[in-house]
Design a protein around this ligand. Structure first.
Ligand SMILES: O=C(O)CCC(=O)C(=O)O
Ligand SMILES: [Fe+2]
Length: 282
């Protein structure tokens, strides 16, 4: 057992193994039946509901330390309020008046960018550990995945305070990996409509009903601090309900892609971090 504090911080990236509850999740024993079972469970969940939650994936004491780090960094988060549609694209005036792509809502949240996190931070060490990446590739049924190459967007901690809200949207990536560090006292629920659309069927009528407030098909994902969540957000409409109370909702968003070298656009960087150039040292 690695002790926390100075000892853990002095360790190499390899030691990120010790951040995981390996008794529950055999990610260090890839040749075992337990590992195969875990992978099957993840794949089955992804196919069935487009999401997989691994509760207690990160050990409690590590999560606590990650919260301490994120709370310290939280005042440096860039906070932004942006109004737009669920498709994260610009509105085209040629669309019909009742098209759900015309319906807008407002997102308010803060983000701590990758380049704001010290190299020694636990969340960064976990993200930079290949063991996690290789496991995620297996769990998602992909031959290989790569960390995002973006100096700001590869890893984020989203900071949501009282009144913040992440509006209904579809992601523009195939999958998202998150680790919840801290929940808010009230609100902050992750709601989604599994596979509401597909490449062939945009299902605009159902999408429109949800955007207007219907709870048809809406599921709340049960996540706790330390849960690892794999999520297929391209076809599952999702949101985070409005935060209530003084306690920050803190969640790490780990960026991967099936191709190497993925960068965020300038537009996205400005919107999320308030700048387009990375800081040069940390
Ligand atoms: O904060 C979350 O739980 C989800 C974040 C999300 O959906 C996103 O960043 O696209
Ligand atoms: Fe999303």
């Amino acid at each position: 057992m690695t002790e926390l504090g100075a000892t853990a911080l002095a360790d190499t990236a390899e030691a990120a193994t010790s951040f995981i509850d390996l008794e529950k999740y055999a990610i260090d024993r890839r040749d075992t039946p337990q590992y195969k079972q875990l992978i099957e469970h993840c794949r089955e969940q992804m196919i069935r509901q487009g999401a997989c939650v691994l509760k207690g994936f990160v050990k409690e004491e590590i999560v606590q330390e990650m919260v301490v780090e994120a709370t310290k960094m939280a005042p440096t988060a860039f906070h932004n309020t942006v109004t737009g549609n669920a498709y994260l694209i610009e509105i085209d005036e040629s669309w019909p008046q009742d098209d759900p792509r015309r319906m807008t809502d407002t997102t308010s949240l803060g983000a701590i960018a990758y380049d704001q996190m010290p190299e020694t931070s636990l969340v960064r060490r976990l993200y930079e550990w290949d063991g996690l990446m290789d496991f995620l590739a297996d769990a998602l049924g992909k031959e290989k995945i790569f960390r995002y190459a973006d100096p700001m967007g590869a890893l984020n901690v989203a900071v949501m305070k009282d009144g913040d809200y992440l509006r209904w949207h579809f992601d523009q990536t195939d999958f998202v990996t998150t680790i919840l560090l801290q929940s808010s006292q009230k609100g902050g629920a992750y709601e989604f409509v599994p596979m509401i659309r597909s490449g062939e069927n945009p299902n605009y009528d159902h999408v429109k009903r949800v955007l207007k407030g219907s709870n048809e098909g809406v599921v709340t994902l049960e996540i706790e601090p330390g849960s690892l969540v794999l999520f297929e957000g391209r076809n599952s409409l999702h949101r985070v309900t409005r935060i209530e109370g003084e306690q920050l909702r803190l969640i790490a968003l780990l960026g991967y892609d099936t191709k190497p070298g993925t960068l965020s656009s300038d537009y996205l960087r400005k919107m999320r971090y308030g700048r387009s150039e990375p800081v040069t040292s940390n």
